[in-house]
Design a protein around this ligand. Structure first.
Ligand code: 5RP
Length: 219
């Protein structure tokens, strides 16, 4: 079983959490693409989705699943999304696909965050994967200097403009021992739109695709 098979298994397992008649929060990435594909056979049983990126919106619409504006939805039962890294407390690094801000918004609206990953994503300490930070373009250099002061090594993700018209700094060489505190600190830097740390609002359920099937971790 390769990494893609594990992602597919995790994505398909998440369908179990989608309630009939509901609007489902949908994340972004290759694992979520498998989840979206698995929604297709049950699309007549759901109202639709709120999406965290233009890419996911396009895929949902292509399968005939209605996509709602987040402003028109008061609450969501579940938000299903992948992660770049996750620790034992279900804190995550996200944003490898540059969709972190909209992902954080849809996650905030949802009652439950279902994280779907393959088994390479589990870590003891977050930070081996470069931490994405979405930044207002005019603040890029200032924010980079502030991230250096925090001990990181920020790198401008060349050629990437987010769905919100901003840029991404990927912070290398940060061992994130206290994810909630680092999330608050980086979010407090002027010009930062959001940091890709999901610790204050972590995952509720983790579905991991492994050689031995999908393993579930829940509260
Ligand atoms: C996108 C994300 C993704 O969830 C994360 O990058 C994982 O992606 P994949 O499922 O392709 O491994 O945060 O911004």
């Amino acid at each position: 079983m390769n990494q893609d098979d594990k992602k597919r298994a995790a994505g398909e397992a998440a369908v179990e959490y989608v309630k009939p008649g509901s609007i489902v929060g949908v994340g972004t990435g290759s694992t979520v693409n498998y989840f979206i594909d698995a929604l297709e056979p049950i699309k007549s049983q759901i109202k639709g989705a709120v999406s965290s990126s233009e890419a996911s919106t396009e895929r949902l619409k292509a399968l005939g699943i209605e996509v709602f504006d987040a402003n028109d939805v008061a609450s969501l039962d579940v938000y299903v999304d992948g992660a770049d890294e996750i620790n034992a407390r279900k804190h995550m690094i996200k944003g490898g696909g540059a969709a972190l801000t909209r992902e954080k918004i849809v996650a905030a609206i949802a009652d439950k965050f279902i994280c779907i990953i393959d088994d390479t994503k589990h870590v003891d300490v977050l930070g081996e994967f470069p931490l994405p930070v979405e930044v207002i373009p005019m603040a890029r250099s200032y924010v980079a200097r502030e991230l250096v002061k925090l001990g990181g090594d920020p790198c401008y993700r060349q050629g990437v403009v987010t769905d919100n018209g901003n840029v991404i700094l990927d912070v290398h060489n940060m061992k994130i021992q206290d994810p909630k505190a680092i999330e608050d600190t980086i979010n407090g830097i002027a010009g930062v739109v959001t940091v890709g740390l999901f610790a204050n609002r972590g995952a509720d359920v983790v579905l991991t695709g492994t050689e031995n099937g999908v393993q579930k971790i829940a509260d």
